[in-house]
Design a protein around this ligand. Structure first.
Ligand SMILES: Cc1cc2nc3c(=O)[nH]c(=O)nc-3n(C[C@H](O)[C@H](O)[C@H](O)COP(=O)(O)OP(=O)(O)OC[C@H]3O[C@@H](n4cnc5c(N)ncnc54)[C@H](O)[C@@H]3O)c2cc1C
Ligand code: FES
Length: 258
């Protein structure tokens, strides 16, 4: 995957609105990114504040090739995303991408898409691009988002930690409760969820692709701020890969969660 020729693009924010508590949807017109984007890839957003030079990686939630609109959905996590959430429609933002490998798509059959919290956004473009039977299982702390978008393409099961919507429990509890041990698995979410899913997938003898939302530095391969431990056939039995260029999507069998 060649990420080196990318340049920062300055574009206008079409909209930047809250869709759930602390969660925002931003829409931008970026023809070059929309044209190239694959499900599971991400973009780097740059802040106007010169003291915060490192970009914030955000997954591609949806692209519309008719209108060249890119949709991102992000949670306010720290200072950078708090600042981004305050950018108004009509103002400029710098963006670079798309980056990363994205999910490998297969035609037909059953696809099981599993997301947790802000791991849900990339599943929208993924569900749109897959063909066959598409089942989505998404988990949230409490308030849900993107569920209606996902229902356009898939049968959707929802889990919440507090039981306020859908199943009271985790996404793995839902997979067990509905006996959804079938198909190719695609996932994105926080590390504890991915770790639990990795075990479930192994027990269920299914193939899975996991998208890791590791902490990043440069966002395009120039530092080692995003390494993840992976199984290797070298003497040590393990090695490290960079999430930003070798991922963010990895085969479930190769990831060693600490
Ligand atoms: C491939 C990928 C896709 C992502 N997609 C989404 C998405 O679609 N929606 C969403 O809400 N969040 C997503 N994240 C997480 C998001 O990038 C972080 O929440 C965000 O960078 C936090 O920045 P901050 O300034 O608010 O937090 P701070 O903690 O103040 O950030 C400080 C620095 O650490 C980096 N950082 C902190 N947390 C993360 C993290 N989890 N991942 C990567 N870098 C981090 C920041 O980029 C920044 O350089 C994604 C992360 C990755 C790696
Ligand atoms: S974030 Fe710099 S190498 Fe991945």
């Amino acid at each position: 995957m060649c990420n080196h020729y990318k340049e920062k693009i300055t574009t206008k924010i079409l909209s930047n609105k809250t869709i759930a508590d602390n969660v925002y949807e931003m829409q931008l017109t970026v023809p070059s990114i929309v044209k190239e984007a694959r499900a599971g890839q991400f973009v780097n957003l740059y802040l106007k504040d010169e003291s915060k030079l490192l970009p914030r990686p955000i997954s591609i939630c949806e692209v519309d090739i008719q209108t060249n609109i890119l949709t991102l959905v992000y949670a306010v996590f720290g200072e950078g995303t708090r600042i981004i959430s305050g950018y108004m429609a009509g103002s400029d933002i710098q963006i670079m991408g798309p980056f990363g490998n994205g999910y490998e798509l297969t035609e037909g059959g059953t696809h099981l898409l599993v997301g947790g919290g802000v791991g849900t956004p990339p599943l929208v473009e993924l569900a749109k691009r897959l063909s066959g039977e598409i089942i989505v299982v998404v988990g949230f702390k409490s308030e849900t988002y993107l569920v209606e978008e996902l229902k356009k393409y898939a049968t959707v099961y929802v889990a919440t930690d507090d039981g306020s919507t859908g199943f009271h429990g985790t996404v793995v509890d839902v997979l067990d409760a509905h006996n959804l041990r079938t198909g190719k698995v695609y996932a994105c979410g926080p590390k504890p969820m991915l770790k639990a899913l990795q075990n479930w997938v192994e027990e269920s003898q299914l193939e899975a692709q996991l998208s890791l939302e590791e902490r990043m530095g440069c966002g395009f391969g120039a530092c080692v701020g995003c390494v993840v431990k992976v199984i290797s056939d070298n003497e040590a039995g393990y090695d490290y890969k960079k999430v930003c260029v070798d991922g963010p999507v990895f085969n479930s069998k190769e990831v060693i969660f600490s």
